[in-house]
Design a protein around this ligand. Structure first.
Ligand SMILES: Cc1cc2nc3c(=O)[nH]c(=O)nc-3n(C[C@H](O)[C@H](O)[C@H](O)COP(=O)(O)OP(=O)(O)OC[C@H]3O[C@@H](n4cnc5c(N)ncnc54)[C@H](O)[C@@H]3O)c2cc1C
Length: 382
């Protein structure tokens, strides 16, 4: 396939669309990624916490998915490196994570959380004393209780996306800048077929299949397809500071009831994030957002008061009504798939979701790959 013809058109080039393109191309498909480059791409702002063991989700399917997604990262990075791409910029590292209760009155929330996590992640998460927690993350203020998860990791969404894009290009994936503005299909019920994607300011892309990976902007694509994709943006602002101390060895700090801190090499510490459900598609930094971030960050870690302010990043999390990803074939279509709705967990889940979807979409389905969890099926919204 060449020119504007491909086996699979991927609509959306965030972490999910890029990972999907890479997986499909790795399975021999000719792939074109069409990306509108909306301000507020979630992948660019994500904090980068990859910690399945300390996630509060209760449902076993979620737990299984998160664990598989966490284990997938090192394997994916190795594959990308084997393709000749430098993955240093992904910032991936097993830095560990502290789950903390800050004050005694938080005990009614912290105690059941700690009991659950220590039981489910026995041997991987340990309770440590407040003094040990502070020795691991020196700027911390008073701590009531702390759990330590040494296996938790962090990833830089921007760097990971850049590495995936380079690896995808190396496998022949084409990139078209522009917004998908419609689709042309053929056939009738029960299964129509998309054969062409319209792109604003660009020639149409003819395709054998379509994958919708538009993040927070996915809902209109559902409308063109005549199916409900109830994805809405949850705005997140996240402030980046720089301390004079090297923070590379510090763990992530995740208080149960307030904002988290994610340390990076070179003294950079990200503090986030706001969780704004009524802000629409605005990707601006607001006074209220900045106020909230700095207030909460310094209440958790007063030792950061003299840190330099670097920047505030803003992203729109793609949220579904039940907080579950939306993964799988689009009802009513023989060749349309969707991978979105990862909400606050897309950096963790996204690349693994892409693997699962690609394994089903690829010309030769990979039967060794686990099946897509039924709980994430798009048909639940029909
Ligand atoms: C502040 C913040 C903190 C976060 N922290 C974490 C964290 O610690 N851990 C974690 O796992 N996750 C985290 N997340 C969530 C994670 O960043 C997202 O779930 C994930 O990046 C979503 O990736 P995506 O590819 O679905 O969407 P995006 O990255 O938003 O990409 C979607 C892309 O699709 C394009 N697009 C949309 N519509 C069209 C169209 N019609 N045509 C062409 N292109 C289109 C857009 O322009 C965009 O480039 C955080 C998010 C935020 C905002």
């Amino acid at each position: 396939m060449n020119g504007d013809h491909c086996d699979v058109a991927v609509a959306g080039g965030g972490l999910v669309g890029l990972a999907l393109a890479y997986e499909l191309a790795s399975r021999g498909a000719a792939v074109t990624v069409i990306d509108a480059g909306h301000p507020g791409r979630a992948t660019d702002a994500g904090a980068g916490i990859l910690s399945p063991d300390t996630n509060g989700a209760a449902q076993p399917y979620w737990w299984d998915m998160a664990h598989a997604a966490g284990a997938h990262y090192p394997q994916l990075l190795e594959r990308i490196r084997n393709d000749g791409v430098d993955t240093e910029g992904s910032g991936y590292a097993r830095c560990g994570l502290l789950s903390i209760g800050l004050r005694r009155h938080e005990e009614s929330w912290f105690a059941p959380f700690a009991e659950d996590v220590l039981r489910r992640a026995e041997g991987r998460v340990h309770e440590i004393t407040p003094a040990v927690a502070t020795s691991l993350f020196p700027p911390l203020g008073p701590v009531h209780r702390a759990l330590h998860c040494p296996g938790a990791a962090r990833v830089d969404g921007r760097g990971m996306a850049a590495a995936l894009r380079q690896a995808a290009e190396g496998r022949g994936v084409r990139f078209v800048p522009g917004a998908v503005s419609g689709v042309a299909g053929a056939g009738g019920a029960p299964a129509r077929t998309v054969h062409r994607v319209e792109v604003e300011g660009h020639d149409d892309v003819h395709c054998g299949a379509l994958a919708v990976a538009g993040g927070a902007w996915s809902a209109p694509m559902g409308e063109w397809l005549g199916c409900t994709l109830p994805i809405t943006p949850t705005k997140g602002q996240i402030v980046h500071l720089r301390t004079s101390t090297d923070s590379e060895e510090w763990p992530i700090v995740q208080p149960l009831l307030t904002h988290y801190l994610v340390p990076w090499p070179g003294g950079r510490v990200a503090c986030g994030g706001t969780f704004e459900t009524g802000a629409g598609f605005s990707a601006t930094v607001t006074a209220a957002g900045l106020h909230e971030l700095l207030r909460e960050c310094l209440s958790v870690a007063p030792g950061l008061a003299t840190a330099e302010y670097l920047e505030t990043r803003v992203g729109l999390r793609p949220s579904s009504p039940d907080d579950r990803p939306v993964l799988g074939p689009v009802p009513g279509w023989a060749n349309v798939w969707v991978a979105t709705g990862h909400g606050a967990n897309g950096l963790l889940l996204g690349p693994y979701s892409a693997l699962l979807v690609a394994a089903r979409m690829a010309p030769q389905a990979d039967e060794r790959c686990p099946t897509l969890p039924a709980e994430f099926d798009p048909s639940r919204f029909i």
